[in-house]
Ligand binder design. Structure first.
Ligand code: ADP
Ligand code: MG
Length: 424
């Protein structure tokens, strides 16, 4: 897949409408002011904005934020993002409190080369999510060319991602380009051994990617609540541990995530990776021990136990109510040793409920180990929060800002937002 990239010829002196992803967490402060709580996604758009400014462009930024109910919702205004850009990147940014209309048109007409304008949340207009042509057309009218720099929204077919390119020449922004290059490199050309680390809670999002990545990987290490599906598939007791319910669609086919986990292990049963060059390991590895507790927010260390899954579990009545909340110490040791043999690691999903200090150990140590690998690519909203929490973000080769889009891309799906950007 080759994308239409930015060249000075394509953009010089042009008015550009650029889709960015400023869907960031916000902090609503007691004094009524709202602030961007995590600017990672805004920062991702900076290289393209700078490049456009160097080429004398007028830049109109558009984005969604949150899930407004198809009408303006002041709590979901993009105004804090504009303030962040002014304050931290010192761009002359003008915020327009509407997405289309007289104010937007006047503001665009008044722009100077190098100027940056941020329009209000595109989802305040119900036509955005319906990908309505009239909305796309009105936005397209404001500019000469369209750039998409929001990989994380590329799995959605909305007016601002797939509609506008019907009316304007479309190009990939630098951040989107980098994301696609990195993910293609991972799937087509990974330096081996490739270790995939899969955790978190939402297995529904990850199944497609897990299947593709398992085929590519030398070994897959599962943790988090995702691992519960694999443990159960192997006939191990998981008590009250969290397992995601299958969608109605899957249920109709008599499938759930435990059966999917079983099939995945079955499909790769004969493949082995040699640890230290001589210890054969199955392709998919699940925890050999776990941390268990009566609840996700257990506060007392005395209520936390280690369960060794390689031993016969003597059932105590208490056990029935236990949840598995982190990978255990032996598993941390095993996974670390495997990760140390990797040339490439892809990590999605924390190893446990890291938000609780009693259950953070697995995610923290595995995160540290992954950070030492030559090529480390991580993704997933909660995985990113987790590595920030442990101050590990600088240790990874690439942090994918996109959750769903990355997983869909790795699962082999065609992302609708990328289609208009492909060189044909
Ligand atoms: P990501 O956003 O990185 O893709 P998910 O959304 O799938 O990850 O899951 C992240 C969440 O999973 C974490 O915030 C964590 O609290 C939760 N989690 C991890 N392990 C467990 C577990 N054993 N039981 C329940 N929840 C878990
Ligand atoms: Mg998540």
């Amino acid at each position: 897949m080759k994308l239409k990239t930015l060249t000075p010829q394509a953009i010089k002196n042009k008015t550009v409408i650029m889709r960015v992803d400023y869907n960031t967490p916000l902090t609503h402060m007691a004094n009524g002011v709202t602030k961007v709580a995590d600017a990672t996604r805004i920062d991702l758009s900076i290289p393209t904005i700078k490049y456009l400014r160097e080429n004398n462009c007028k830049i109109i930024l558009i984005s969604h934020l949150g899930r407004p109910k198809n009408q303006p919702d002041p709590k979901l205004s993009l105004e804090p993002a504009a303030r962040y850009l002014q304050k931290h990147h010192r761009f002359p940014v003008t915020f327009v409190p509407e997405t289309i209309g007289q104010q937007a048109e006047t503001a665009v007409a008044a722009m100077k080369p190098g100027g940056v304008l941020l329009l209000e949340n595109v989802r305040f207009d119900e036509r955005e999510k319906k990908n309505h042509a009239s909305f796309a057309k009105e936005l397209a009218k404001l500019a000469d060319i369209y750039i998409n720099d929001a990989f994380s929204s590329a799995h959605r077919s909305h007016a601002s991602t797939t509609g506008i390119p019907d009316y304007l020449p479309a190009f990939a922004g630098l951040a989107l380009q980098k994301e696609v290059d990195t993910l293609i490199d991972l799937t087509e050309n990974p330096k081996k051994p490739l270790v995939v680390v899969l955790g978190g809670a939402k297995i529904s999002d990850k199944v497609g990617a897990a299947e593709k990545l398992t085929a590519l990987a030398d070994i897959v290490l599962v943790g988090g609540a995702v691992a519960n599906n694999f443990l159960k598939a192997e006939g191990l007791e998981i008590h009250k541990s969290f397992i995601e319910d299958a969608s109605a669609d899957l249920k109709k086919q008599n499938v759930n995530y435990v059966t999917i986990a079983r099939e995945l292990m079955e499909a790769h049963r004969t493949e082995k990776m040699l640890l230290n060059g001589y210890i054969p390991l199955p392709k998919i590895i699940y925890p050999i021990d776990v941390i268990a507790a009566p609840s996700l927010d257990t506060k007392k260390q005395s209520q936390v136990s280690i369960i060794d899954l390689t031993k016969d579990m003597a059932d105590t009545p208490n056990d029935e109510n236990l949840l598995y909340v982190d990978i255990g110490p032996k598993t941390v040791h095993l996974y670390s040793e495997i990760i140390r043999q990797a040339q490439t690691v892809f990590w999605n999903g924390p190893m446990g409920v890291w938000e609780n200090p009693l259950f953070e150990h697995g995610s923290k140590i595995i995160g540290q180990e992954i950070g030492k690998v030559a090529n480390s690519i991580i993704g997933g909203g909660d995985t990113i929060s987790c590595v920030h929490h442990f101050n590990l973000e600088k240790h990874f080769t690439y942090i994918s800002g996109a959750g769903g889009a990355t997983l869909e891309f790795l699962g082999g799906k065609d992302l609708p937002g990328l289609q208009p950007l492909i060189q044909r």
